[in-house]
Design a protein around this ligand. Structure first.
Ligand SMILES: Nc1ncnc2c1ncn2[C@@H]1O[C@H](COP(=O)(O)OP(=O)(O)OP(=O)(O)O)[C@@H](O)[C@H]1O
Ligand code: NI
Length: 353
C-alpha cells in the first residue's frame, strides 16, 4: 500500500531509524472573526518507535491539536503547516503524512497511525452492531472479511471482552469502559504501528481509568505498538509513559523521560503542575489548579508564553520565547531559568513514578 505515497528524503542524522513519527515545526491556525488563532505553535517532536509518549497540559493547551496533527486530521477550517513524517518500522521510504491524498490518508489512519479521538464514547454508529463496525471497516479497506473477523475476535478478547457478546451488541448496550475497549480493539483492526489515544480515560471512573491504562501497556507489548497518550491527567499517565511532553499555550515547554521530569521538573510550569497534584495516587478531580488562566489563542503573550504567570519572569522572558534546550541528556525545557526555578518553586513533596 505504500507505493503510491509521496516520498520524502530520509534525513541522514542517524536518528530517523529510531523515530516512527517526526513532527517538525507544526502549526495549526484557525481563522476566527476576531483574527487568526494559532492553536499549535511551531511544535517539533519525534515519536520514538516502541515508546509510550504522554502529552500532558491544562485544558486548551493544544494537546489535541498536536495529536490530530500526527494523522493530518485537523478539522476544517483549521490548517496544518510544517512537516509530519512517518518512518515505516519495517524500513522503506518515509511518508510525508501531510502531503497524502485523501484516499492515502484514509489508509494511513488505519494501517499506520490509528487514533481513538477525544470524547470517542459516542463515535460508534448507534444503528449498527459492534460487529458491523468491524465488518464495515474491513470492507472499506478491501480486507478479507473472514480473516479480518478472526483478528477482530482476538483483539476483542485481548481487550478483555467477550467476542460473541460484543460483536452482536449495539453501542447503547455497552458501558463506557466496554465502549472504550471496543473502540481500542477496532482501532487496532488493520494492524497500525502507532496508536494515538486522546483522553482515553476521561469520563470513566477511577478503576476503569486504571484498567484501560493497564490494557494499553499489554497491547503495546503484544502488538509491538508505539503509543501516544494525550491527557490532562499527569498522575495517571506518568505510570505507563516512557517520556512526557508538557504543553502550555500551544507549545511544548518540557520534554523528557518521565522519571527525569517527575524527579527534576525544570520548567516553572511543570513544577507548578506537579505541585498542583495533591498526591500522585489521588484522583485528578482533587487536583488544584494553578493560579491564573491559560492564554487565549488570539492573545498569547509575546516572549515566553508562561511569563504572565511565572514568578521568575524578567525582561528577557517578556521579549524572547526560549527554545527547548537540554537540561540533561534526553531531558529538555524551554526556560532561561531552570536552575533558579528549582529554588524559587520548591516541590511540595517528592513524587516518584
Ligand atoms: N475548530 C476550532 N476553531 C477554533 N479554535 C479551536 C478549534 N478547535 C480547538 N480550538 C482551540 O484550540 C486550542 C487548543 O485546543 P485543544 O483541543 O488542542 O486543547 P487541549 O489541550 O486538547 O484541551 P482539552 O484538555 O480540553 O482537550 C483551544 O484554545 C481551543 O479553543
Ligand atoms: Ni483535547
Amino acid at each position: 500500500m505504500s507505493s503510491q505515497y509521496t516520498r520524502r528524503e530520509t534525513r541522514d542524522d542517524g536518528q530517523s531509524a529510531h523515530n516512527v513519527l517526526e513532527i517538525s515545526n507544526a502549526s495549526v491556525a484557525f481563522a476566527m472573526e476576531r483574527g487568526d488563532a494559532r492553536v499549535l505553535d511551531d511544535v517539533s517532536i519525534n515519536v520514538r518507535r516502541g515508546e509510550v509518549l504522554g502529552v500532558v497540559g491544562e485544558s486548551g493547551s493544544g494537546k489535541s491539536m498536536l495529536a490530530d496533527s500526527m494523522l493530518d486530521a485537523i478539522d476544517s477550517p483549521g490548517t496544518l503547516t510544517g512537516d509530519v513524517t512517518f518512518h515505516p518500522p519495517e524500513g522503506g521510504d518515509p511518508i510525508a503524512v501531510n502531503q497524502l491524498s485523501k484516499e492515502e490518508l484514509r489508509q494511513f489512519r488505519w494501517e499506520r497511525v490509528s487514533m481513538v479521538v477525544q470524547g470517542a464514547l459516542d463515535s460508534f454508529n448507534p444503528t449498527l452492531s459492534i460487529g458491523e463496525h468491524f465488518v464495515e471497516t474491513l470492507r472499506a479497506h478491501d480486507y478479507d472479511v473472514a480473516e479480518g473477523m478472526e483478528r477482530a475476535r482476538q483483539l476483542i478478547s485481548d481487550v478483555h471482552l467477550e467476542p460473541d457478546r460484543i460483536l452482536d451488541a449495539y453501542p447503547y448496550e455497552l458501558s463506557g469502559g466496554m465502549t472504550q475497549r471496543a473502540l481500542i480493539a477496532l482501532s487496532l483492526l488493520l494492524d497500525p504501528d502507532v496508536l494515538v489515544m486522546d483522553e482515553p480515560t476521561a469520563a470513566l471512573d477511577l478503576l476503569m481509568q486504571q484498567s484501560i491504562l493497564k490494557l494499553l501497556s499489554e497491547l503495546k507489548d503484544e502488538y509491538d505498538l508505539t503509543i501516544v497518550i494525550v491527557t490532562h491527567d499527569l498522575s495517571h499517565v506518568a505510570r505507563i509513559s516512557d517520556r512526557l511532553a508538557v504543553m502550555y499555550a500551544f507549545e511544548i515547554l518540557e520534554l523528557g523521560p518521565v522519571g527525569d521530569i517527575v524527579a527534576n521538573p525544570s520548567h516553572p510550569y511543570t513544577r507548578e503542575l506537579l505541585n498542583s497534584i495533591p498526591d500522585i495516587d489521588a484522583d485528578l478531580d482533587e487536583m488544584a489548579s494553578i493560579e491564573g488562566t491559560s492564554p487565549d489563542p488570539l492573545n498569547v503573550p509575546r516572549g515566553c508564553s508562561y511569563h504572565t504567570r511565572c514568578p521568575l519572569a524578567d525582561e528577557q522572558c517578556r521579549e524572547t520565547n526560549p527554545d527547548l534546550f537540554e537540561v540533561s541528556g534526553d531531558h529538555s525545557a524551554a526556560c532561561f531559568y531552570t536552575d533558579e526555578a528549582r529554588e524559587t518553586i520548591p516541590l511540595k513533596k517528592e513524587v516518584t513514578k
